[in-house]
Design a protein around this ligand. Structure first.
Ligand SMILES: O=C(O)CCC(=O)C(=O)O
Ligand SMILES: [Fe+2]
Length: 603
């Protein structure tokens, strides 16, 4: 690439001097302006002729000096213009290229790897979704309602054409009824191609809209070296292309998938991926983890075995107000005001009287306690690895989150608040729930890190990812479904880790939707490990953004907030809780993830 001219370089170097001389010029002009009226006043004054002559001489000397220096400085200005002119050059295409401003950090020299298409890819930002072909792509939700008719397509393209006059919009017919595609070509010496695709789901809902590609290429791409002007135009076009994409997406980056393959060797890489996922989305899935599939299947079998017991037997270990035990149709989310249609069994790591009473009797569910504990420890061991990476990534001592959540062996672990929860959402077959009925109302978890196991074919989990929640409980926001993938564990950051990270990591709202017509109406099973801060662990981020708070205090505050939100109707501006629901639920307490009905006398 041709270099900058030497005159241009000299001009850049002396730019400060030139600015100084311009400033001097301005002050001379000001002095001259004030000297002239003095001169005129002197000439017309009524004092004696000799005084008048003396004043006149003094004023005129000053005025002439000012005018002379004005002339010199105007001459000097010529060199400023010359320098500006020298700082430009024309490349072989006759296009004027400006020299870089002084003091600007040197740009990275172009290498072979920096091809147009590589630049195009770089412009797409960190890829976060996966295409059908397994490639990483960014996934967007359309901000505009995807057009449903030809007339709507015409309106949409006209609108964009008006907003981006240099952009040609080609509408390509989708490969199928469901898949639609818009292609843009930003015209210039280079072309920037952008293709947006979106699909409509089988039940008519609009699915992810993805920017398929953003590429910019010259008309003669094979001719190297590229001219500086090519890069300038490239940048303009790419910005324009990105503006189009930004204009039609909600910042929904999808839910990243992170592989734990070769964990030790890839520790640093995985740490970085975790940090990015937790910072941008708050949700991610883990694959290639050490928990064998058959162990997950066995845990689900165990849960099914437990849930198939009679209610009478299950209620022997009813929920005890401390996140242990069984409950059914009892947890009320403030966002919905009705109990989640589900049953659940919660199990803690404590070796206390409370937990002892919350384990089903051996004769009622043989092997349950032993098998559940094995799986709980297996899941927690994995969570320990992940929590260590998060602590390191956040600049906290490596053990901070692990020591903050795991009670020491050899104690009764009575300060442990971590819980594993087996969930079973009721079978919906033959029941007509309204369009927006939820199996789990929208909420953010209170804990540090949640590990959620799901079963294939039992979808429904949705996250409000990549977008700030705009209402206190995320009602009315845009939701991204997380399709269950066999072997993938869904992990999300909870409010405690958000605080421990000084708000660097996101605690993202999520919910479980009821199946829509045509979807699996059967029960949905899930198992979550909710890593919570120990009762006496002190939560504080490296920057001390918030005052210290213990795990116990944190939970009490969160419960109070949830309870008040659900119980005081006047605070519920964004969602409705019917009066009769409030009355019917006045005997409910708040649990780790919402409200629970007080079903047992246990405190
Ligand atoms: O069951 C699920 O998929 C999600 C459960 C959940 O978010 C919770 O219990 O906090
Ligand atoms: Fe949750």
């Amino acid at each position: 690439m041709p270099g900058q001219t030497s005159a241009g370089a000299a001009a850049s170097a002396s730019l400060d001097d030139q600015i100084a001389s311009l400033n001097a010029l301005i002050s001379t002009l000001a002095r001259t302006r004030s000297a002239l009226p003095t001169l005129v006043r002197t000439a017309s004054s009524t004092s004696s002729p000799s005084d008048r002559a003396q004043h006149y001489r003094a004023a005129s000397t000053e005025c002439q000096a000012a005018v002379r220096s004005l002339g010199e400085q105007l001459d000097a200005l010529e060199s400023v213009f010359q320098a500006v002119e020298d700082s430009e050059r024309r490349d072989s295409k006759g296009i004027v290229v400006r020299a870089p401003a002084p003091n600007r950090p040197a740009s990275t020299p172009a290498t072979d790897a920096l091809s147009w298409s590589a630049l195009g890819k770089a412009l797409q930002g960190p890829g976060a979704g996966r295409s059908g072909k397994g490639e990483t792509v960014e996934v967007y939700s359309p901000l505009f309602p995807p057009p449903r008719s030809h007339a709507e397509v015409v309106d949409l393209t006209r609108g964009w054409q008006a907003k981006h006059p240099r952009t040609r919009v080609d509408v390509a017919a989708g490969p199928s009824e469901q898949l639609h595609e818009l292609r843009f070509v930003a015209r210039g010496a280079l072309h920037a191609h952008v293709a947006l695709r979106w699909a409509r789901g089988p039940d008519g809902d609009e699915r992810a809209c993805e920017a398929d590609y953003v590429t910019c290429h010259a008309l003669s791409e094979d001719k190297l070296p590229f001219e500086t002007s090519d890069f300038a135009i490239f940048r303009t076009l790419s910005n324009q292309a990105m503006a189009i994409i930004d204009g039609c997406r909600v910042k929904d980056v999808g839910v990243p998938q992170i592989s734990l393959r070769d964990f030790e060797a890839r520790r640093e890489e995985i740490k970085e991926q975790l940090l990015i996922a937790a910072t941008e989305v708050g949700f991610f899935t883990l694959v290639d983890h050490p928990i064998p599939l058959e162990n997950v299947d066995a845990a689900f079998d165990l849960a099914e075995r437990f849930f198939s017991l009679s209610d009478e037997v299950k209620m022997k270990t009813a929920w005890n107000g401390k996140n242990m035990g069984y409950e059914k149709n009892a947890q009320i989310r403030p966002s919905t005001g009705y109990p989640d249609p589900k049953e659940s069994m919660q199990m803690g790591f404590q070796e206390t009287e409370d937990q002892e009473k919350a384990w089903p009797a051996e004769e009622d569910c043989p092997g349950f306690r032993q098998d559940a504990l094995r799986f709980m420890h297996e899941a927690r061991n994995l969570s320990i690895n992940i929590m260590e990476l998060f602590a390191e990534g956040l600049g906290l001592p490596k053990d901070t989150l692990v020591e903050g959540t795991v009670s020491p062996e050899g104690t009764d672990k009575s300060d442990s608040m971590t819980t594993m929860r087996m969930l079973k959402y009721h079978d919906c077959t033959g029941k007509d729930f309204g369009e927006d009925y939820l199996r789990a109302g929208s909420h953010a978890d209170f804990d540090v890190l949640t590990f959620l196991f799901q079963r294939e074919g039992q979808d429904g989990l949705e996250v409000c990812a990549g977008k700030e929640i705009t209402t206190p409980f995320g009602v009315g926001d845009v939701w991204t479904p997380i399709k269950v993938e066999r072997g993938a564990i869904v992990i999300n950051v909870g409010d405690q880790l958000k605080r421990w990270s000084d708000d660097r990591l996101k605690s993202t709202f999520h919910r479980v939707r009821c199946p829509r017509p045509g979807q699996n109406q059967g029960a949905r099973h899930s198992i979550g490990l909710f890593n919570q801060a120990r009762r006496d662990a002190v939560i504080q981020g490296p920057k001390k953004l918030y005052p210290k708070i213990t795990g116990g205090e944190f939970l009490a505050q969160a419960m109070k907030r949830n309870y008040e939100a659900a119980m005081k109707k006047d605070k519920l501006e964004t969602y409705e809780v019917k009066e009769e629901t409030l009355i019917a639920n006045k005997d409910h307490q708040v649990s780790g993830t919402g409200l629970e009905k007080v079903v047992a006398a246990a405190a």
